[in-house]
Design a protein. Structure first.
Length: 595
C-alpha cells in the first residue's frame, strides 16, 4: 500500500548560479552518462579542493581567502550546522546511490569520518569545530562569536553539544547510512555514541519527561542574563520588558528548530535499521510529552520553549523565554507544528485519541491572528497571519525590538507595538489553518481497518527491519516515509534543466552564485558610546563592530554602509540543491529505484 505524507514535500528550486559563456556545445541535450561525468567532476572539486579534511562550512570565496558558516569562519573550521558538513555528506551519498560512482562514496565516507573526528565526548556535536585546536576555537568565540549581536548561540563557548538546527541528528543520520552501507567499525562506534547522546539528553521524570533541551549536557555557570546598557534612548518606552525572562535558556525543553521531530526521526531510523527496539519507548515518551505540555484552556497551545524544572514560582512545563529576543509566551507556529505531529502520531499508533485536544488548539489559533491594521502598518508583516509570540493570559501579540548599534550599547526588548520589528527574527508567521482542519477531518473519518493498516506498517510496530529512504537531499523526509512500504517520490527534472545545470559548471567544476550574505571583520571591542538613533532597529547587522551576517545589497541606512553588489562565490547550499536536481534526473532516467 502506497502511503502519502499529510504534509507536502517541498521541492527546493535549484540555485542555477551564473551561466557564463553558455555555448551550444556545453548546453547540448543532457544524457544520464554526460550528467554523471559532470556530477563526478563537481563532487571531486568539493571533496578535494573546497573541503578541509573532508569538512565544510557554508560559503567560500573562490580563492578561499574568506569563508563563512552562519558567521565568518577560519579556513580550518568545520560547520556542523546545516547546510554544512553533514548536508554535503548526505549529498555525496545520494549521488553515489544515483550514479554508482565510487568517488562519491569515498567523499561521503571522508566527510563522515570528519564528523567522527569532531564528535564531542558526550556523543553529540556543537555548531562548529576548529581543526586548529580548542584554543583556536575559544579565540574565535571570544572575537567573532562574541560580537555577533543577534547570534547569542555563538557568543559563549560552552563546550557542549546542541540539537539546534538538526546538526547533531543530521550527523547521526549520515553515520547511520554509512554504517549500513559498508559497516565501518569507526563509524559504528561513533553512531553508538550519537544514539546514546540522544537518549542521555532526553529529560526523565516530571512534566518535561520525554523532551529535549537545546544543548546538553548542562554547563555550570552558563549565561542566564543579557546585559542591559546603563543608557537608554530617550524615545524608549519606560515599561518595556527585557529578556532573558527565564534565565539560561539552553537547558529548557525546546520545540524550536525541529528538535523534537529531528530526534524522533533519528531514533526511529535507528530502531528499524539496526533492530534497536529499545529505542521505541523513548519515542513513546516524547509523544506523551507533547500532550502533557499543551497548555490549558483558554490558551491550549505550545511555546517555543518550556521550563524543564520549576523556576521563580512557575511550574515545570510552563512556557519559557529563550534568547533575549524570544519572549516568554505561546508560539502559534510551534502550535501548528505540534498539531501536525499529533496527526502523525495517529498514523504511528493507529490511535485517534492523539487528536483529543486538537480542535481546541486550532480554534485557539483562530483567536490570535494579526489584525489588518497591524499588517498594513508594518511591511515586515506582509503575507503573515499570526504573531510569533502571544502573551500568556492576555492573548495579546508581543513584538520584539532593539535599540543601540552593537552588542555593548544595545539590547532587545518586548512590548505590544507592531511597528519597527526585527528584520532578522520574524515578528509574524504564515499559518495554514484550513489545512489543519482538513488533516484532522481526514483522520477522524478513517475507519478502524484503515487505522489498523497504518499501525501494522508503522516503524513503532515490530515486524522486520525497514530500509531507509534511498535519498536524503532530493526531497524532504517525513516520518510517514519511514513506514513499511512507503516511497519517497522523486521530483521531475526535465532534460533541459539538467543541461543548464551541467553547463553552469563550465570548466570550473563548480557553480558560482551571488554571496548574498557577508560580514564585517572583527575590529576589536565595540564602542560603548550611546547610540540613540533607530537605523539598526530592523537590520540584520548593527554598526561595523557587529560581526552578524547581512546582505551587502541591503545594508543599514547608516554611514559608512553603502549598498554593493554581492560578490560571486561557492556555497554548500547551491551545491546540494543543484546536485539534488541532477541526482533526481539521473535516478529517474537510469531507472534507479527510490529505495
Amino acid at each position: 500500500m502506497k502511503r502519502r505524507a499529510f504534509t507536502r514535500l517541498a521541492a527546493a528550486a535549484p540555485l542555477l548560479g551564473t551561466l557564463t559563456g553558455l555555448h551550444a556545445e556545453t548546453a547540448r541535450a543532457a544524457t544520464p552518462a554526460r550528467t554523471v561525468t559532470a556530477m563526478s567532476s563537481a563532487g571531486r572539486f568539493m571533496n578535494e579542493h573546497l573541503s578541509y579534511r573532508g569538512a565544510y562550512v557554508w560559503a567560500y570565496r573562490p580563492d578561499l581567502s574568506r569563508t563563512w558558516g552562519e558567521m565568518e569562519a577560519r579556513r580550518t573550521m568545520c560547520w556542523v550546522q546545516p547546510p554544512g558538513t553533514p548536508t554535503v555528506g548526505h549529498s555525496m551519498l545520494d549521488a553515489y546511490y544515483a550514479t554508482g560512482e565510487e568517488s562519491f562514496y569515498a567523499a561521503a565516507e571522508r566527510t563522515g569520518l570528519a564528523l567522527v573526528n569532531v564528535q564531542l565526548p558526550c556523543g553529540g556535536w556543537n555548531y562548529v569545530h576548529d581543526f586548529a585546536g580548542e584554543n583556536a576555537l575559544k579565540r574565535w568565540y571570544a572575537t567573532v562569536g562574541a560580537n555577533g549581536w543577534r547570534l547569542e548561540e555563538f557568543q559563549h563557548h560552552y563546550g557542549n553539544a546542541t540539537f539546534d538546527d538538526a546538526g547533531t541528528t543530521l550527523s547521526g543520520q549520515l553515520l547511520l547510512r554509512l554504517y549500513l552501507e559498508r559497516r565501518h567499525p569507526r563509524i559504528k562506534e561513533a553512531l553508538d555514541r550519537a544514539i546514546a547522546f540522544v537518549l542521555n539528553a532526553q529529560f526523565k521524570g516530571g512534566a518535561a519527561d520525554g523532551g529535549w533541551p537545546q544543548r546538553y549536557p548542562r554547563v555550570p555557570g552558563a549565561v542566564d542574563d543579557m546585559p542591559w546598557p546603563d543608557h537608554r534612548p530617550p524615545w524608549l518606552p519606560a515599561d518595556v520588558r527585557h529578556g532573558m525572562e527565564d534565565g539560561e535558556y539552553t537547558g529548557h525543553l525546546t520545540f524550536n528548530d525541529g528538535v523534537l521531530i529531528g530526534n524522533l526521526t533519528f531514533l526511529l531510523m535507528c530502531a528499524n535499521t539496526l533492530g534497536r527496539r529499545d529505542l521505541v519507548p523513548p519515542v513513546e515518551r516524547a509523544m506523551a510529552m507533547v500532550h502533557r505540555l499543551q497548555q490549558p484552556a483558554p490558551q491550549p497551545g505550545w511555546g517555543l520553549q518550556h521550563l524543564s524544572a520549576p523556576r521563580d514560582g512557575r511550574p515545570a512545563g510552563a512556557p519559557a523565554g529563550a534568547r533575549s529576543y524570544e519572549p516568554r509566551g505561546l508560539a502559534p507556529e510551534i502550535t501548528q507544528n505540534m498539531i501536525r505531529h499529533l496527526c502523525t502520531f495517529v498514523l504511528l499508533t493507529g490511535d485517534r485519541s492523539h487528536l483529543r485536544r486538537v480542535p481546541e488548539a486550532i480554534r485557539w489559533l483562530e483567536t490570535c491572528r494579526l489584525t489588518e491594521e497591524q499588517i498594513a502598518e508594518n511591511p515586515l508583516l506582509t503575507n503573515r497571519t499570526h504573531p510569533t509570540y502571544v502573551e500568556l493570559g492576555t492573548n495579546r501579540a508581543r513584538f520584539t525590538h532593539r535599540f543601540g548599534s552593537n552588542i555593548r550599547n544595545g539590547a532587545y526588548y518586548f512590548d505590544y507595538d507592531h511597528k519597527n520589528t526585527l528584520g532578522h527574527s520574524h515578528a509574524a508567521k504564515r499559518l495554514n489553518i484550513p489545512s489543519l482542519w482538513e488533516t484532522y477531518d481526514q483522520l477522524m473519518t478513517m475507519n478502524d481497518a484503515e487505522l489498523a493498516d497504518w499501525r501494522a506498517a508503522s516503524p513503532l510496530t515490530p515486524g522486520g527491519r525497514i530500509p531507509l529512504p534511498r535519498y536524503f537531499t532530493v526531497a524532504d523526509i517525513e516520518l510517514t516515509h519511514l513506514f513499511r512500504g512507503a516511497t519517497l517520490p522523486l521530483p521531475t527534472v526535465e532534460e533541459t534543466e539538467a543541461a543548464e545545470l551541467v553547463a553552469g559548471l563550465g570548466n570550473r567544476n563548480h557553480w558560482l552564485v551571488p554571496l548574498d550574505s557577508t560580514t564585517n571583520p572583527h575590529l576589536g571591542p565595540p564602542p560603548a558610546a550611546p547610540y540613540d538613533g533607530t537605523a539598526f532597529m530592523s537590520t540584520h547587522v548593527g554598526d561595523t563592530h557587529d560581526t552578524s551576517p547581512y546582505d551587502p545589497a541591503a545594508p543599514p541606512a547608516e554611514a559608512p554602509y553603502e549598498p554593493r553588489e554581492p560578490e560571486q562565490g561557492i556555497t554548500t547550499e547551491s551545491y546540494t540543491a543543484n546536485m539534488a536536481r541532477l541526482i533526481a534526473y539521473v535516478a529517474t532516467h537510469s531507472g534507479t529505484p527510490p529505495r
